[in-house]
Design a protein around this ligand. Structure first.
Ligand code: ZN
Length: 80
């Protein structure tokens, strides 16, 4: 066990948002021990496993595509 891990166990993790996947799903990394968390579909914080990293990447793609389409729709509707 490393000293930083001990610090986290004692004082709690010091998470910061490292990636915004959607409005509701974010990835967090602890500044001390680099432990990573993410939001799952129920809105709960869970450990970021490679499987969830994959899910988040897919989510991000869908989310960005949808946002892009919405933006294009707004542009074309403002022309008429
Ligand atoms: Zn930590």
């Amino acid at each position: 066990m490393t000293p930083t891990k001990l610090y986290c166990d004692f004082f709690g993790h010091n998470y910061e948002v490292t990636r915004k996947v959607t409005n509701h799903v974010k990835e967090y990394t602890c500044k001390c021990c680099k432990k990573q968390l993410t939001t799952n579909s129920n809105g709960q914080l869970i450990e970021l496993t490679p499987k969830y990293e994959e899910i988040n990447s897919a989510l991000e793609r869908i989310y960005n595509n949808r946002r892009l389409r919405l933006k294009q729709k707004t542009i074309s509707s403002s022309i008429y």
